[in-house]
Design a protein. Structure first.
Length: 557
């Protein structure tokens, strides 16, 4: 008999399958080794001339599921490796056989589909079984490997090394690890022992580290990316605009604050430019808080246009006792001295008189300040931030502002765009002010869509200051909870009438299209747009198509 069923071959002892008439239907190779060729269909009595049944050793259906121990040629087969099983093929055993075949197929599937190479030899190093991974790795069909000794395969150059011989010689598990960057295989050879402790088989597991190295590199990149995200998050957490009191939504204003962060720890003079009410003082305070001076000195602010010119000098530079009539007997330090180690913010610096411009220039050059009536200068360490809504360059040309001071102040210029140019900030600002006023006074006022449309479309010549003033005014003067565009003060009615010339739906669509148009330029893809605008990615895609907004974001949907 040349071929034996796989499931019978997996049984480690001689075995015969019979039908209920004791006719032989199948057997395995171990039985073949004992008895030679056996005729299929022959009766057991033809194979065994003398045998003795004993009652409780092995299951058989021959006589009421009795079990038998076979004696052949006066040899009683009792050990695990030589006991002979004779199984009658009835329903019970057919079920067992079917189950065993299924399990064998499952194990075979696991064996073949393992990502690790599995190489099995007998106790002499002869190849018994290999899986598909080994075939691919060696570029050899398993038929050309099975039956060959590992030494022969080495001589033929099919394998470059083998640790099977080491396992056979030492009788223990052997590991082989890569010795250089080109050797990417790690091998583990394990001896399989019989009940006498003798090596019966050697199973070698082969793992290719190339894939693991690839996964390691990918993991390394992911960890590095995660670290960058963490660093960026920490950086963003330190930014003032994450404070609920400071609203930064538009890309224009984000760019301004990112610039402020970059120059925060450079002590050069900063000149903040922008219209009245855009938030120049808020930005100046942010630079102070983001710098190392935020924990060392004070933030001192003075509006150069709000203090009489004859008092401005004493406010800035201080005075000694008895310097002039009405002076404090103890003298008074100026704002430069009070801001030592910190920041002095000169708002509306364009209103500074020419005579004080000269003195300010000297302080910036010498890093020293001298009080009115004083005889000795005092060294100071102050960073100066100036701000103005005027065009200092034109003032220089007209002779109203010193050119040398202008260049001293204009070292790090930052321009804040007006509110009408960064409309993404308007509604978040409105919501922030509304929440703060509601909380402050314990009320629950709300704005309807018509009023929000007005806020968004209005030009806001007074910028954030005007917006804040109007929002607070509406909250505190309108008696009902829901505030609409009809509740606007009379001076804003003309703008409201212009807004009402279109339908509410048209107004909403106009606002929505403008917001999406700006978002397309600001964000990298539709997922980021959806996250920042507080909606779903699918909604963003539909809206972009609705308004025919083509962008690189659409290619990344």
């Amino acid at each position: 008999m040349e071929d034996f069923p796989n499931w019978l071959e997996s049984i480690p002892f001689p075995m015969i399958i019979t039908n209920q008439q004791d006719e032989i239907e199948n057997y395995n190779s171990l039985l073949f080794k004992l008895f030679g060729e056996v005729s299929i269909g022959a009766n057991l009595k033809e194979l065994f001339h003398q045998w003795e049944a004993r009652g409780d050793l092995f299951i058989s259906a021959k006589k009421g599921d009795q079990a038998y121990l076979l004696q052949y040629n006066n040899v009683e087969y009792q050990t695990q490796t030589s006991v002979l099983y004779i199984v009658s093929k009835d329903t019970y055993f057919q079920e067992k056989i079917n189950k065993l075949e299924i399990e064998n197929k499952e194990l075979e599937a696991v064996f073949e589909n393992s990502t690790e190479g599995i190489y099995i030899t007998d106790c002499d190093g002869v190849t018994l079984k290999v899986n598909a991974t080994v075939e691919r790795g060696l570029c050899q069909k398993k038929e050309s490997l099975i039956g060959k000794n590992m030494k022969q395969l080495l001589l033929e150059g099919i394998v470059k090394e083998t640790i099977t011989s080491k396992v056979l010689a030492q009788g223990k598990t052997i590991h082989s690890t890569p010795t250089n960057q080109f050797n990417t295989l790690i091998k583990t050879a394990v001896p399989i022992l019989n009940e006498l402790g003798e090596i019966k088989k050697v199973v070698t597991y082969i793992r290719n580290l190339s894939e693991l190295n690839h996964l390691y590199q990918e993991l390394k990149k992911a960890l590095e990316m995660n670290k960058r995200y963490k660093d960026e998050l920490e950086k963003l957490k330190s930014n003032t605009w994450w404070d609920p009191n400071v609203i930064v939504e538009s890309k224009l204003l984000i760019d301004v604050y990112e610039m402020a962060n970059r120059i925060a720890n450079f002590d050069a003079t900063v000149l903040v430019l922008g219209e009245t009410g855009v938030g120049k003082d808020v930005l100046a305070r942010h630079i102070y808080q983001a710098s190392h001076r935020g924990t060392k000195g004070e933030f001192i602010k003075i509006n150069c246009g709000a203090i009489p010119k004859d008092l401005l000098e004493s406010e800035l530079f201080g005075y000694e006792a008895g310097s002039f009539t009405g002076a404090d007997r103890r003298g008074k330090p100026g704002l430069f001295e009070l801001a030592d180690q910190g920041v002095l913010f000169l708002d509306e610096v364009g209103e500074l008189p020419l005579v004080l411009q000269v003195k300010l220039l000297r302080v910036l050059q010498d890093k020293q300040v001298q009080r009115i009536g004083g005889t000795r200068p005092k060294s100071i360490d102050v960073r100066l931030i100036a701000a103005t809504n005027r065009n200092l360059k034109e003032m220089v040309e007209k002779g109203e502002f010193r050119e040398d001071l202008y260049y001293r102040l204009n070292v790090l210029p930052i321009s804040i765009p007006p509110l009408r140019e960064r409309r993404e900030d308007i509604l978040p600002l409105v919501k922030s002010i509304l929440n703060k006023v509601n909380e402050k006074y314990g009320i629950t006022k709300e704005f309807d869509t018509s009023l929000e449309n007005f806020f968004y479309s209005y030009k806001w010549p007074g910028n954030v200051r005007e917006l804040s003033n109007l929002v607070e005014r509406l909250i505190m003067t309108v008696p009902h909870k829901f505030i609409t565009a009809a509740d606007l003060p009379e001076e804003y009615m003309e703008q409201k009438a212009v807004t009402n010339e279109i339908t509410l739906k048209e107004a909403i669509e106009k606002v929505e299209r403008e917001i999406l148009s700006q978002a397309v330029q600001k964000f990298k893809n539709t997922y980021e747009m959806a996250e920042r605008l507080g909606t779903s990615q699918a909604t963003i895609v539909r809206r972009l198509k609705k308004y025919d907004l083509s962008s690189s974001a659409l290619s990344e949907i």
